[in-house]
Design a protein around this ligand. Structure first.
Ligand code: NOJ
Length: 515
């Protein structure tokens, strides 16, 4: 386990819209390099960079055309290498996004695999034996190549699934076991890609759809896990400082498979949704634990979280995110104060936290945008970073109509420049919380977590981390709970008081007490 993860705080950068250094309306590596000091000023010491590989961008770069080449619009491989170096000089590590489950249908491997003559890549993807073979349980694209067969897609139609084999084989004529040489060749190809970027200086990978490799497996996905374990072995041996973070949303299984961290995501019944997104089924209103007028149930979150925490202890970390490029920004549902409390909580939890660009200033979800590069309902979360009051909020000096996505230039739009000046802004609040986290080992990734007060549909929620107590009342009414601790307030949103053996928390407050 790379030691640095214990004190890592990540910043996720969507390269298209972070900072445009050459005025073409699309963010680029030069722009990211120019903002490294800003990232550092947040207390973030690691970056997850969404895909920057060559791509036709049918899915914002998650459709890789060439795994070994930076997309021209972002710069060159040399630029990326320089980014690694400049980040390292500042103590910042960089994870690339690894897309192992599928490629673009424009990838050279796929173009070869479509050909009638057998070649090195014929078995790199999952093809049925004949074009007339199209079992309905599979998402197949039919009749569009010279090769006689149909191919399986992993996500959008432009993303053919790479062939890692099948666990339960239902159609022996074309489904291979994971041990088949073709499937093994896919694993080797993946390892080579990883080595290439690690050798260039990247610090590891966030792995896209990490659970999607071997097909026809349910539950704990033993064959997919086997592949990741072999990749982890490679890392432990040759790149022991490299980190592997999965998009799996099942920490027990993912960490068992060799990942160092796994995300809680906006998935059904997952902790992230319960805390920050849950809707009341009958009224459709937000009923998340952190919504100010909800009856959110912290015990529902804890039932899952405590089990996951126990199962992954000393093996890996659960990662909370403020948001990511796939889900509406929190401010779509929450006021800035609700978001500030929710984000502060995230950075006071165990595990490795991730801050999505723009959340630190409370950027909003832009409604009503047409889909961009396969974004669809996710597009409003991917708009340009709002830096300052200059043209296009400082994102780019291209004419507004050339921007990748429109930038929010309304008078009310938040910017880094404005947020810097307000001591109570989300930005300045998070800087404080993240600084405290770095300064105190018990608040870092591997610090303990003990529930002190958590009652169904009641607040505050109180927990202990080493010599710290954290109490949070996200609701808009006063809440009280039995409380037997004394200490110094290290950080607070709003205020609290004590009455006898009770802690009284004013509406919408968070307290960090050193005991
Ligand atoms: C998950 C990524 O986060 C998402 O943006 C992408 O569209 C799919 N995987 C497919 O790669």
């Amino acid at each position: 386990m790379p030691k640095w993860l214990n004190d890592a705080v990540f910043y996720e950068i969507y390269p298209q819209t972070f900072c445009d250094s050459n005025g073409d309306g699309i963010g680029d590596i030069g722009g990211i390099r120019s903002k490294l000091d800003y990232v550092k000023s947040l207390g973030c010491n690691a970056i997850w960079l969404n895909p920057v590989y060559d791509s036709p961008f049918m899915d914002a770069g998650y459709d890789v055309r060439d795994y070994y080449k930076v997309a021209e619009r972002y710069g060159t491989n040399e630029d990326l290498k320089a980014l690694f170096e400049e980040a390292h000089e500042r103590g910042i590590r960089i994870l690339l996004d690894l897309v192992p489950g599928h490629t673009s249908d424009q990838n050279k491997w796929f173009l070869e695999s479509k050909k009638h003559e057998r070649n090195e890549y014929s078995g790199r993807y999952i093809w049925t034996d004949s074009v007339w073979e199209a079992p309905p349980q599979y998402r197949l694209l039919c009749g569009i190549s010279e090769r006689d067969g149909n191919y399986l897609v992993n996500f959008f139609s432009s993303q053919p699934a790479l062939n890692y084999g099948f666990n339960n084989i239902s159609h022996p004529a074309w489904q291979k076991a994971p041990s088949d040489p073709d499937c093994q060749a896919t694993v080797e190809a993946l390892k080579s890609i990883m080595r290439f970027w690690l050798d260039m200086g990247c610090d590891g990978f966030r792995v896209d759809m990490a659970d999607s490799l071997v097909k026809n497996e349910d539950g704990d996905k033993p064959e997919t896990c086997k592949i990741w374990r072999s990749i982890r072995e490679m890392l432990d041996k040759d790149y022991p400082e490299a980190a592997l973070v999965s998009e799996w949303c099942n920490p027990r299984v993912a960490i068992g498979a060799g990942f160092h961290c796994d995300f809680y995501l906006d998935h059904d019944n997952n902790g992230y949704r319960i805390l920050f997104r849950e809707k009341d089924q009958s009224t459709g209103e937000c009923n998340a634990v952190f919504a100010k007028n909800s009856k959110g149930d912290i015990t529902k979150f804890l039932d899952e979280y405590l089990e996951d925490l126990k199962d992954t202890k000393e093996k890996g970390y659960i990662s909370f995110i403020t948001c990511n490029h796939d889900t509406p920004r929190m401010t779509r549902l929450f006021t800035p104060l609700e978001a500030k409390i929710a984000y502060s909580f995230i950075f006071l939890m165990p595990g490795v936290p991730f801050l999505y660009y723009g959340d630190e200033i409370g950027m909003s979800f832009m409604e009503g945008l047409p889909s961009k590069e396969g974004g669809f309902s996710r597009t409003g979360t991917r708009t340009p970073m709002q830096w300052d009051s200059s043209v296009n909020c400082g994102f780019s000096n291209a004419p507004a109509e050339k921007l990748y996505l429109p930038v929010d230039t309304s008078d009310s739009a938040v910017t880094v420049e404005k947020a810097e000046k307000d001591p109570d802004s989300i930005l300045n609040t998070l800087r404080k919380v993240i600084t405290i986290r770095h300064e105190n080992p018990s608040l870092r990734s591997d610090g303990d977590f003990e529930v002190i007060y958590a009652v169904k549909e009641k607040y505050p929620f109180i927990f202990k981390r080493g010599d710290f107590i954290i109490a949070v009342n996200p609701t808009d009414i006063v809440q009280k709970a039995p409380f037997a601790f004394d200490g110094n307030t290290v950080f607070e949103i709003g205020n609290h008081s004590k009455e006898g053996n009770y802690l009284i928390m004013a509406p919408q407050t968070l307290l960090l007490l050193k005991i």
